[in-house]
Design a protein around this ligand. Structure first.
Ligand code: ZN
Ligand code: ZN
Length: 348
């Protein structure tokens, strides 16, 4: 099959034409003919070898990237009951959690250290076929296209889980810092949950994008105007919770100051450098700091249904596999907004 591969870390992807089609090896697995694969910030970390130490010995280079997979099921394992051949599906990176570790036993298998992560430490979606775990694979409602579904499998699932972690009630204020792939989805999820939504970014293109959404934020604020300006605009003591959907370090102090006393601060971005947090936010302002990782399988199904029921928009731009380098260039442009995806087949 045709696909992209990391042949050597810190080197450009290779486009290969003779990759063996993967086979189902466990009775819970599903073979997907890939339609659209997402390109995520994590892709760069994978390409740089930042997860190399987590790779189990049987998984070696070359590695197929992309951890947001969508497509049509072509074969299922003997114990799969929720999915059949011909189904249109999407699947997040996680597969085959061990079921026996303390996290798995508590129903927290997204934290399982024995799980495979497609596109991160196991082969991913940037090729014609990928094997997924049926327990984590979602059948797509017909109104969700593959192109819209791919960004939901990491970006969407992560910000959705972040909102759940913030644990707010309708009418409360959430600030989402970063109006990128995660942010533009988070704003719409939050509006559909009845929250008052503040979106902050320092770039014009994503702010323009979110202002044009059906579920636009109540406030789309230019971060370069400073946090005092933002606090005045939203006209309260600050946000009840702030979700950091960016890895820009200076944004973290801004986000902490935008969060009200006793509020919640949810870290979603993964900056390479440590996040600076002044003790005053913890001690005198009593802010609770939490992190949020992907969603569990149930959360992913719930989010997909919300997107279908409410007509949430997923803004994407697609590129064929051959144009991966153009995609990467565009990803780093100041004008970049929404989510960039790879179109692997013509299936809709
Ligand atoms: Zn486990
Ligand atoms: Zn991702």
């Amino acid at each position: 099959m045709r696909g992209l591969q990391i042949v050597e870390f810190k080197k450009p992807y290779a486009l290969s034409h003779d990759i063996p089609v993967p086979q189902i090896t466990r009775d819970n697995e599903v073979l997907i003919k890939v339609a659209v694969a997402g390109y995520c910030h994590t892709e760069m970390m994978v390409q740089n070898g930042e997860f190399e130490k987590m790779m189990p010995p049987q998984n070696t280079l070359p590695l197929i990237p992309s951890h947001e997979c969508t497509g049509v099921v072509v074969a299922v394992g003997s114990k799969v009951t929720n999915i059949k051949a011909g189904d249109r599906v999407a699947t997040p990176p996680l597969k085959n959690p061990c079921g026996t570790c303390s996290d798995c036993k508590k129903g927290l298998s997204k934290f399982c250290q024995n799980a495979d992560h497609a596109g991160v430490i196991a082969n991913g979606a940037a090729a014609e076929y990928m094997v997924s775990d049926s327990n984590w694979t979602v059948v797509l409602p017909k109104q969700i296209s593959f192109e819209a579904a791919a960004p939901l499998m990491c970006a969407g699932a992560t910000i959705y889980s972040g909102l759940k972690t913030a644990d707010l009630k309708p009418g409360q204020t959430v600030a989402i810092i970063g109006a990128g792939a995660l942010g533009h989805l988070g704003i719409q999820f939050a509006k559909c949950m009845g929250l008052r939504v503040v979106c902050v970014d320092s770039r014009q293109a994503p702010l323009d994008l979110v202002r044009g959404l059906k579920y636009a934020p109540d406030f789309a604020i230019d971060a370069t105007k400073g946090v005092e300006y933002a606090l005045k605009e939203i006209g309260s003591e600050g946000a009840d919770a702030t979700l950091m959907a960016t890895d820009a370090i200076p944004a973290y102090e801004y986000g902490l100051q935008l969060t009200r006393k006793h509020g919640t601060f949810v870290v979603i971005g993964q900056p390479f450098e440590p996040i600076p947090i002044h003790y005053t936010h913890l001690i005198f302002r009593n802010i609770t700091i939490k992190g949020s990782l992907l969603s569990d399988a149930e959360g992913i199904r719930e989010m997909v249904q919300l997107v279908a029921d409410k007509g949430i928009e997923v803004r994407t731009r697609s590129y064929p596999l051959e144009e991966i380098e153009t995609l990467i260039k565009d990803y780093h442009k100041e004008t970049h907004c929404g989510k960039l995806v790879l179109r692997v087949s013509d299936d809709e």
